[in-house]
Design a binder for this molecule. Sequence first.
Ligand SMILES: [Zn+2]
Length: 453
Amino acid sequence: MADRDLDEGLDSDIAARVRRTPLVDTHEHLVEESSRTDWKPGGMITCDDWSVLFMHYIDSDLIVAGMPPADRAALTSPDLDTRRKWQMLEPWWPAVRNTGYGLAVRFAVEALYGIRDLNGTTVKLMEDRYRTTVKPGFYKRLLTTIAGIESCQVNSLEKPFMPTAQPTLLMQDISLLSLHSPEQWRANAEHANMRVSDLGDYHAVLDWWFATYGPYAVAVKTQAAYGRRLDFEDVPAEAAAPIFTRLVEGGQISPPERKKLEDHLFWYGVRKATAMNLPVKLHTGYYAGHNGMPMDRVAANPSDVTEILRRAPDTTFVIMHIGYPFWQEMVAIAKHWHNAVIDMCWAWIIDPASSVRFLQTFLTTAPCNKVLTFGGDFIPVEPVVGHSMVARRGIALALTGLVRDGWMSRPQAVELVETLMRGNARRIFRLADKARLLENAPWLKQEWPTRTS
Ligand SMILES: [Zn+2]
């Protein structure tokens, strides 16, 4: 879509301010740029051609629309040529091109490759333009120059903390999930080069992780909600210790014992994060993928989260993905709890129209300093560009509607843009301090990690 279409129905003052204000992107899963420019099979990015734009999120829409899973796998395999890939995509594309996932792809294809209508002819153009785009420096060009993103926050799916080659562009979360999952104890201890025989030893391992990576991280993040309720009980060390010892000695632990141990490790990590001023990001709401989401567990997220908020008044919790589809509950939570921040990451492309309503509801209900408005949430970088365009249009639409309906004045709406698009993120994650430190990230100069004790 050209700028003209993206501005359809928008107040021109608001649209202009949104267009020229940089975004802070609070959630991505981007792989390192080098694993794109020096692509090899076997990594998270399964091929090195235009179909990379179809490997994340839109693939789930394609499958639930009816695309055979074997065709979906073939679509992003390294083995097929463009003609055959398009033959597989073509029958299903009309069913998904208007979803949020489809919009992120279409906007990206137009912004990056100048292609407005994807079809059997233009896909060959896309094949060429994909190739000329992917070269050293392309992350910065796509994210900053084209999408207007000043920094990202990456939750690496490859390492619990990624010592990235671009630390001020790709700021990093520490994976709290890796640290609180009982099954990860050995890998975490080996990484720290520490011997573990009991829970006290393992606490020292977790302390090492925070001491080593905490200063350079922007937050900690857990997506535990994909596998369990968020009913983390504050299990004391004395109750968790015998279970941990049995695990280390190779014994069996029951599911209730595993939960007890994980609950203990979760709170241990939350307290460490809080002591280092790191917000705790919690996945809530909708599940990525398809044919697997237990809605009763997702529906329990808001009530489980309130118990977490009550237990840790000094911790800032970032509640991700607006708890979709339970976003009204999350607005109520942000209004009621001082330590709750709601993050719209991913939401614009799960449900663009509801995300506009969410932002309007939030801004007339809860304090405006407790909302974050963009996170692309992608593994490949290209669709982040499209997602940012959906988000900019959505933010401008939400503010335009609030002005039109008389809930705020135009100058008030224009003034809010800076707060929403980057001011809140800069403050909540202390990004100026982090950027100063990351300009001299130690892993760029020396072997990393170095033992701190
Ligand atoms: Zn994510």
